[in-house]
Design a protein around this ligand. Structure first.
Ligand SMILES: [Zn+2]
Length: 111
């Protein structure tokens, strides 16, 4: 079987499963909630927008790596204290997370 034929067969399987699921939904709509198979019971939907924002904002846009938390300390160069902060895992990278994300994820807790 070629890859294309395999893909077509897989697609058909998916389509059949979707029809079967739709049939189950239709049948189940008349029944009591306890009769539904577990997957069809009402489940709280994840907040997709929030998850998406989390995924996008929680990573360096240039390197696609999660931010790294750095503990606060004293600057060797200036001798001044600095607070914990988030930075890219790539040392030379100057990208930082947006403030809204930083506010929701205290760097001190991760460092
Ligand atoms: Zn980076």
């Amino acid at each position: 079987m070629t890859d294309k034929a395999k893909a077509a067969a897989a697609y058909r399987k998916l389509a059949e499963a979707a029809y079967e699921l739709a049939d189950l939904y239709t049948e189940a709509a008349g029944g009591a909630a306890d009769d539904l198979p577990p997957l069809l019971r009402e489940q709280p939907l994840p907040d997709v927008a929030q998850q998406h924002a989390e995924t996008v904002l929680g990573r360096c846009p240039d390197h696609d790596l999660p931010w790294r938390g750095v503990a606060g300390g004293i600057s060797k160069r200036t001798g001044n204290p600095y607070k914990a902060f988030w930075t890219c895992q790539v040392k030379e990278c100057k990208k930082r997370p947006v403030k809204a994300w930083e506010d929701a994820h205290p760097a001190a807790a991760a460092a």
